[in-house]
Design a protein around this ligand. Structure first.
Ligand SMILES: [Zn+2]
Length: 371
């Protein structure tokens, strides 16, 4: 195994001789396709640019996006080889040239950090207004640029959250993308209030389990609809109040209607897409449908009459802002939100890990151990 790179101080110049011509282990692909395109191999270690930190990752977490990017879609143009992975946690081992941002951040070599995959440019009107998720030159780590299935990443220091030394790297990596996504959608975009009811469509996914916990933390009542009795029971174990098994009730919006005294729920979290009609039916008048993805399919029909006649809002978002990320990571580190962990594979086993995720065999996050 490669030894950990040690630096005497925060001067990257002094350390650069270590990294020049240095190679790291990574899982990458040269062409889109099934799990067989993933290769565990050597790749040049990135050098941190001015204002960036170099992080030796110890854990990476999987997201369904990884498999979608690996499969590719029409119009997707990536610099190949590409490296999957939006989530990662590890320790800072070096810095690029000083820009002031490094000093202001207070980060030091040896700090444990988790990375924020939502990459704003830091310069445009939206970034300057702290709405970096609306950045005009936005990137998502592992999607539009190379990601975290690797030993090292270099990122601007503003993308890092400092972890307490005792905090588990896998839990931190498993939390980062899904909790910031669910937090921004439910709390910031959805304006979820104490005492409201929330329906979550799907019992097992990372964003869904994060949504159950966040809704409970906010004092909401949580209804979960799912098709797998075991996953529904697990959703209950993390706080879901009402469970609906859609394998028994295909028209589950009726069950939601009955479970809410024929009122309907205030908010639906629907990241499936193809279930939108049932979700719209499940909402009370004036309700909000929140969406951050489409695990079912991106295109489907909806009946416009439900939207205007019931005064409904459909609210989309993706990822969050730097401020939201810090806010939700503070709650995770404080133990108020607890990432649900599924299985850990070694970095070499990334293909098997992706298969497990894609087949929905997991409940909670799958992570890669990078040593
Ligand atoms: Zn920007």
């Amino acid at each position: 195994m490669r030894g950990r790179v040690k630096f005497k101080d925060s001067s990257f110049r002094e350390a650069s001789w270590v990294l020049n011509n240095s190679k790291m282990k990574a899982v990458l692909f040269h062409k889109h396709g099934g799990p067989e395109v993933l290769e565990y191999t050597d790749f040049p270690t990135p050098e941190p640019k001015p204002g960036e930190a170099l992080i030796r990752l110890h854990a990476s977490a999987l997201n369904r996006m990884d498999v979608m990017v690996r499969n590719g879609w029409p119009g997707l143009k990536l610099e190949l080889p590409h490296i999957n992975g939006a989530d990662g946690a590890g320790e800072i081992v070096g810095f690029g040239k000083s820009t002031g941002e490094i000093e202001d951040s207070g980060f030091e070599i040896g700090d444990h950090v988790v990375v924020n995959a939502n990459l704003g440019c830091g310069k445009c009107e939206f970034c300057l207004a702290s709405k970096d998720n609306l950045c005009r030159n936005w990137h998502l780590l592992g999607e539009t640029i190379r990601g975290t299935y690797t030993e090292y990443v270099a990122l601007p220091v503003r993308q890092l959250y400092k972890l307490p030394g005792y905090f588990d790297y896998h839990q931190a990596a498993g939390a980062a993308l899904v909790y910031q996504t669910a937090w921004h959608s439910l709390v910031k975009r959805g304006n979820l209030q104490k005492g409201e009811s929330v329906l979550i469509v799907g019992a097992g996914g990372g964003v869904n389990t994060a949504s159950v916990q966040i809704a409970k933390l906010m004092g909401a009542q949580v209804v979960v609809v799912g098709s797998d009795a075991k996953k529904l029971a697990m959703a209950q174990s993390i706080g879901a109040d009402i469970l609906i098994d859609r394998s028994k009730e295909e028209e589950w919006s009726k069950a939601v209607y009955l479970a809410t005294n024929k009122r309907g729920v205030d908010v639906v979290v629907d990241n499936v897409g193809t279930t939108f009609m049932l979700s719209l039916r499940s909402l009370r008048k004036g309700g909000r449908l929140l969406t951050v993805g489409n695990s079912g399919a991106p295109k489907f029909e909806i009946d416009n009459r439900y939207i205007f006649a019931k005064h409904l809002s459909i609210i989309g978002s993706t990822m969050s802002t730097l401020a939201d990320f810090k806010e939700v990571m503070d709650l995770i580190v404080a133990g108020k939100l607890k990432p649900i962990m599924d299985t850990t594979y070694s970095l070499q086993e990334a293909a098997a890990a992706q298969e497990r995720l894609w087949k929905n065999e997991n409940f909670g996050k799958i992570t890669l151990d990078i040593g």
